[in-house]
Design a protein around this ligand. Structure first.
Ligand SMILES: [Zn+2]
Length: 153
């Protein structure tokens, strides 16, 4: 017996057990497979994880809904876990390219904006109020949630 991860045309994911890969093709061809959730017969096998090379994945601009075959290429990985991983890579980038100024962030962001300090990427902490004040002054700052599991340095 082999187990395939299957995906219906509606995006429901489930497992199917087959005697062989040929068995699966046969049943698919004869419309013997249907989704246990919605019952539709359009069922595809999720491609093998071997095709996925996460190391080469660049953080991409957000896509609304991944097409079934893209979701499928991430077999075994929860899309949420992938998003977390990409986010974590992005944080790594950010952390290695910015200077930690800690609580001086609002002051330092202002100094850079008004060219009283050398222009560079900085990171640090700011309260919601400080953040809004910076934005009001036209200073480009962004808030990023940092998972509590990771250190900021
Ligand atoms: Zn379905």
């Amino acid at each position: 017996m082999i187990v395939f991860d299957l995906l219906c045309g509606d995006g429901h994911r489930f497992e199917g057990w087959f005697g062989s890969a040929g068995d699966f093709s046969e049943q698919q061809k004869n419309h013997l497979l249907n989704c246990p959730v919605c019952g539709i017969e359009h069922v595809e096998r999720v491609p093998s994880a071997a095709r996925l090379n996460l190391g080469a994945v660049e953080p991409e601009p957000k896509k609304s809904e991944p097409a079934p075959n893209q979701a499928g290429s991430m077999e075994g990985k929860d899309p949420f876990a992938i998003a977390q991983m990409l986010y974590s890579q992005m944080l790594d980038q950010l952390i290695s390219n910015t200077e930690d100024v800690g609580k001086h962030f609002p002051a330092e962001a202002r100094r850079i904006h008004y060219q009283e300090a050398p222009a560079r990427g900085i990171r640090g902490q700011a309260t919601q109020e400080e953040h809004e004040a910076l934005l009001d002054e036209g200073i480009a700052v962004a808030r990023l949630p940092v998972p509590s599991s990771r250190t900021w340095n």
